[in-house]
Design a protein around this ligand. Structure first.
Ligand code: SF4
Length: 344
């Protein structure tokens, strides 16, 4: 069995733990989730017998690091091999004031086909298991050398559409936010979607209030359909309606991501349309000048165009931030993740 596939309640029911007292399981979880110790032999306050049983029957993380690339800006992209031979990528992003964000994957590849996204070129290969999601966080925390209690943020913005793997994503969030496990506040977790309406409704019903981000990228249906096939079954009118009904915590806002593509969606009239589209929502918007990759036909807009676009929004009181993508030089920036997935 793989330990990180299970919630605490589920672990208690597993045959290997059925004879153990709950506090023994809590001790084990503390080693794994707080101390980031993945070798049972070093878990010194567990009995020798228990450690032996664990060693024989339990694996903690089903991922193996196969590569890491460092950007000049401090961002590090990791490639992990899964037990079944697939590969995924996760990114460690240092932020201001010593804060750190982990950008993690929810699928191998992605079925959504967004035209500005390198992952889309892979198609969908599989949904990640719970342990493959939780495992990314454990390893990134270890690699970041964070202190035991040091907090960090997680964004589901790596490979995949998290709402297409919602069951496993939510169970991973259950584990990551459980105080006996990773003990992270749900407010430190952002789920980013291309705008799947059913999934957004379900996420709204989930009792733990994580943050919601929408990859929007166009101010009207005709433009959006050209770069995001998801828009055909999830048009903007319906999307905005579901966002208006979304049970947002009081101080919270929805984040919209807007990848700016030269001469496509980057003009002042697009910004104005965008402002009108989002009227009535509590939100902020991240403007992300496109990071070109070889197969892409789009280009990055120039700085003046980006600033003019931003001004249209900020003049109207919108919190619009230009996001300089981190890790651009190592293909770790937004929309640039795509590992080579040759099964070995
Ligand atoms: S942008 Fe996100 S949803 Fe769209 S294809 Fe890429 S990974 Fe999938």
């Amino acid at each position: 069995m793989i330990l990180t596939d299970y919630t605490f309640e589920e672990l208690k029911e597993q045959p290997i733990f059925s004879e153990e007292k709950p506090f023994r399981i809590k001790q084990l979880l503390r080693w794994v989730y707080t101390k980031l110790e993945f070798d049972f032999g070093n878990m010194t306050d567990l009995s020798k017998e228990f450690r032996g049983k664990l060693k024989e029957n339990v694996k903690i993380i089903p991922l193996e690091k196969i590569n890491e690339i460092h950007s000049f800006d401090g961002t590090t992209k990791y490639a992990f091999r899964l037990n079944d031979g697939f590969a995924i990528e996760s990114v460690l992003i240092p932020m201001n004031e010593g804060k750190v964000t982990f950008c993690i994957s929810s699928q191998v590849g992605c079925a959504m086909g967004c035209k500005f996204c390198k992952t889309a070129t892979m198609g969908l290969l599989k949904n990640l298991k719970v342990s493959e999601i939780v495992g990314q966080v454990l390893l990134l925390k270890k690699f970041a050398k964070l202190k035991e209690k040091q907090k960090f943020n997680i964004v589901f913005m790596g490979m995949g559409e998290p709402l297409n793997n919602l069951k496993n994503v939510l169970k991973a969030i259950d584990i990551l936010t459980d105080e006996k496990m990773m003990d992270l506040s749900p407010r430190r977790i952002t789920v980013s979607t291309s705008g799947i309406i059913d999934g957004i409704k379900k996420l709204g019903e989930y009792p733990k209030k994580v943050r919601l981000a929408i990859s929007l990228n166009a101010p009207d249906d005709s433009l959006r359909e050209r770069i995001m096939p998801v828009n055909r079954g999830n048009n903007l009118k319906d999307l905005i309606r579901v966002l208006k009904d979304y049970p947002l915590p009081k101080r919270d806002r929805i984040t919209f991501e807007y990848v700016m593509l030269k001469d496509f969606n980057d003009k002042k009239e697009h910004a104005l349309k965008l402002y009108n589209l989002l009227k009535g929502l509590k939100y902020k918007i991240n403007l992300i000048p496109f990071n070109p990759f070889p197969e892409s036909k789009y280009k990055k807009p120039d700085e003046k165009t980006v600033l003019e676009f931003q001004k249209v929004l900020t003049d109207r009181g919108v919190n619009a931030i230009i996001r300089k993508s981190k890790g651009e030089d190592i293909s770790a920036a937004c929309g640039m993740l795509a590992s080579k997935n040759k099964k070995e």
